[in-house]
Design a protein around this ligand. Structure first.
Ligand code: G6P
Length: 363
């Protein structure tokens, strides 16, 4: 197993650095920037024209990708919700034959997700699995499967599979919106070239990131907060989950607008706030971040270089300019690196955090 790490100290770092390749594999043959089309040949000639609503079910990091996909689908005008698979059996929204239920699961073997998938199918929904593992239980049991082609992920903390899932769900969402309207959404024309450029943009982030020095600077803090709005919200949740999983330090992710409804009571000079700016009402997120900063919290802005947040932030993690639909994925790479370096300084067993398993096959 050691040999598989190549030049890297940990699988997690290797897998973070594999993202330019894994994303290129995810989109290969599935987008056509010149003709402004999404070609999900995985579904053959099938159409989503009759889909009236979409439910995503997933757990852990896959749930954050599912939330990302669900919010982007809502932004594209299609009714959708993301649900924790382990809550589905007690409070699933009703489904009918016009409901598409998408199970998002890297391994395709998570018991909670399989159980939600089976329930949705039994109730008459059309089901699709978005997974990394061909031949997995979820891929076999769903009506259709969409493979993210990320390659094996060994680190228990999911990294490259999150970005590939989020991109696949963005593509699927655009395709559903296009099928329903009979024409591609207006913003698809600018999205596709940005999508094609993602592998290079991630490479730029990996090459120039200040994540190690920022992780070092805020070492020993009491708690770490991550905030974001719109598509920045699932990225904030994922940033916090990654941080707590591998550093064992306390971290929480919030919707930026929720900070003032409670979490602000916890904010002190010992609670750095990582604010993710994705172009979804950034001016409001900036105000929320400033409120934390006024209470003494160091503010780390994750945004492009020319963003107004850079002027007030105590530290900056730069991301290249891209579509709002994709900016969060670049921010996520910066946050993955922060968690990795913070855990490394603490000498944690990064690839195998205590008490956690790569795939959880019990409910
Ligand atoms: C476990 C892993 C997480 C993962 C979750 C869902 O809890 O530790 O990293 O996100 O399962 O896994 P799945 O294979 O369904 O994506």
């Amino acid at each position: 197993e050691e040999a598989g790490k190549g030049e890297y100290d940990h699988y997690m770092k290797k897998e973070i650095h594999e993202q330019p390749t894994s994303l290129a594999q995810a989109i290969e043959g599935r987008i056509d920037p010149e003709n402004g089309r999404i070609a999900l040949a995985d579904f053959g000639p099938g159409t989503f024209a009759d889909v009236s609503s979409v439910q995503f079910v997933a757990c852990g990091t896959s749930y954050h990708a599912a939330l990302y996909g669900s919010l982007s689908l809502n932004q594209a005008g299609v009714h959708s919700t993301a649900l924790l698979a382990n809550e589905y059996s007690v409070a699933a929204p009703p489904v009918d034959d016009e409901t598409l239920v998408v199970a998002v699961t890297q391994s395709g073997e998570t018991a909670d997700t399989l159980s939600a998938l089976r329930q949705a199918r039994a109730n008459g929904a059309y089901t699709v699995t978005v997974t990394n593992v061909v031949g997995s239980t979820a891929a076999r049991e769903a009506d259709d499967a969409l493979f993210i082609r990320a390659g094996p992920e060994i680190g228990v903390a999911a990294t490259k599979t999150f970005s590939s899932q989020a991109v696949m769900l963005t593509l699927l969402g655009q395709r559903i919106a296009a099928d329903r309207r009979g024409k591609p959404p207006a913003d698809l024309e600018s999205l596709l070239p940005d999508l094609a450029a993602m592998p290079d943009e991630i490479e730029r982030v990996l090459e120039s990131s200040d994540a190690a020095s920022i992780a070092d600077r805020y070492r020993g803090s009491r708690s770490y907060f991550f905030i974001g709005r719109g598509l920045g919200y699932p990225v904030a949740l994922e940033g916090a989950l990654k941080f707590k999983e591998i550093t064992y330090e306390h971290a929480e992710g919030f919707a930026s607008g929720e900070l003032k409804h409670g979490p602000l009571a916890l904010v002190t000079s010992e609670t750095p706030v990582f604010a993710v700016f994705t172009g979804d009402e950034d001016e409001k997120t900036l105000k929320n971040a400033e409120e934390a900063q006024t209470r003494g919290a160091p503010l780390i802005a994750v945004c492009p270089d020319d963003h107004p947040a850079v002027e007030i932030a105590d530290a900056h993690l730069e991301i290249p300019d891209t579509s709002a639909a994709l900016a969060g994925l670049l921010a996520n790479v910066q946050l993955q690196l922060v968690s990795y370096h913070a855990a490394n300084f603490l000498d944690r067993p990064i690839d195998k955090p205590r008490n956690l398993a790569k795939s959880v096959t019990v409910e």
